[in-house]
Design a protein around this ligand. Structure first.
Ligand SMILES: *Cc1c(COP(=O)(O)O)cnc(C)c1O
Length: 382
């Protein structure tokens, strides 16, 4: 209500991105990945919007995120906890029919035990370790796990068998990723031999949908691209070279805006803000914007970042403070207190992209987005 900045989420952009993705998915089910507070877009704003646009299945990282979705949404979509779930969280997931990842024997036994106690079926996805070396059943552990599932099939619904690629966005990982696919196929064959037929064998993330389309199968877990970002530049260049597309088919959903809180003058030779990193070479006009590193405006953008005021670029002058930045409006006439300031998004003919933001501060799009604080209000715009 009284927040110093707001984030907007564009329905039109999401609609376009989903249309592009659905074409690539070719009928496969889309699991919309919304971990990290929907990559910073806000779970509460993004999920209902995506549901209105036809998405019915979401992937979160942990049980608390799934709990948040179930508690806060009137109509509950299918949910898949891809990472962390144990103890009470696991019991809760079984009770609510929330699907979850089983990556080791411990969790499998917990799932079977809990489902038995509740006289329900635990809806699980078995994660296969294929070369990422993070989590999942390796070759020796998979067989016994499949046998255990088989022996408890009244308490287990095997929704998925899956793996995650260790860098499908970069051709320098091609050998490793290709080996992962072969390994995953063996694991799937093995589950069939054991008499188990997971509903979805799934491997593809955004980058794999683009770079290894044959890995899509019956389902893909797509995060970053639905928000309008390429996993990295290489993936966009590869797509553009193959398809001949010169304009980006993806549109960013997110915009971030604030207002001018104060205007001040600095005479030549004066310093702006803390310390001496920014000295006025000439008489300057400075606008103070009430957004700082506590709001996710990276401190690395000190003296580097740009915002838009009156449709023109204004440079950050001095150090990014905890709750404010100063921007140079010397050459932008007529700026007044209360005028709109765009931190990310468009104004006039100019645009500040998350990518340029993150190039300047050496953060990845993924990181910058997920750092946007939860308490900035999110508003859906057409
Ligand atoms: C984050 C994540 C995804 C989505 O990755 P994107 O690159 O954003 O598409 C898919 N699968 C798993 C297991 C993930 O953790």
């Amino acid at each position: 209500m009284f927040e110093p900045s707001t984030i907007t989420i564009s329905r039109g952009a999401l609609r376009r991105n989903l249309a592009f993705l659905r074409q690539r998915l070719n009928g496969a089910r889309l699991c919309s990945v919304v971990k990290g507070n929907a990559y910073g877009h806000g779970l509460d704003a993004f999920i209902p919007l995506a549901m209105e646009e036809g998405v019915d299945y979401f992937g979160v990282y942990s049980a608390d995120e799934a709990w948040h979705v179930v508690e806060h949404l009137r109509k509950c979509p299918d949910l898949f906890i891809m990472g962390m779930v144990e103890g009470d969280g696991l019991a809760w997931a079984v009770e609510h029919g929330v699907e979850f990842c089983v990556h080791d024997r411990d969790r499998l036994e917990q799932a079977i035990g809990e489902a038995g106690r509740q006289k329900r079926k635990a809806r699980i996805h078995i994660e296969v370790e294929t070369g990422m070396h993070r989590t999942g059943f390796d070759r020796t552990a998979l067989g016994p796990a499949l046998d255990l599932i088989r022996a408890h099939d009244e308490h287990i619904e095997l929704v998925g068998l899956f793996t995650h690629f260790a860098g499908a966005e970069s051709s320098s990982n091609d050998q490793r990723v290709t080996a992962q696919m072969a390994h995953f196929q063996q694991a799937l064959d093995r589950s069939h031999l054991a008499g188990l037929h997971p509903t979805y064998a799934h491997q593809a993330c955004s980058a794999a949908v683009m770079n290894y389309p044959h890995t899509v199968g019956p389902m893909a877990r797509v995060g970053i691209m639905q928000y309008g970002f390429w996993p990295n530049q290489e993936t966009w260049f590869r797509y553009s070279a193959v398809s001949g597309a010169s304009t980006d088919p993806l549109k960013r959903l997110i915009g971030w805006k604030s207002r001018v809180m104060a205007i001040t003058r600095v005479a030549a030779g004066g310093f702006i803000g803390y310390g001496t990193s920014s000295e006025a070479a000439h008489d300057m006009r400075i606008a103070v914007v009430p957004v700082g590193y506590a709001h996710g405006f990276d401190r690395g953008l000190s003296n580097l970042g740009r915002v838009l005021v009156h449709g023109q670029q204004a440079r950050v002058a001095g150090i990014v403070n905890m709750n404010a930045i100063s921007v140079d409006i010397t050459d932008i006439p007529g700026v007044d207190k209360g005028d709109e300031v765009v931190l990310i998004g468009e104004q006039g003919d100019h645009r500040i992209t998350v990518a340029s933001f993150s190039e300047l501060s050496e953060q990845l799009n993924y990181e910058l987005l997920t750092r946007l604080p939860r308490d900035i209000p999110r508003t859906v715009i057409p």
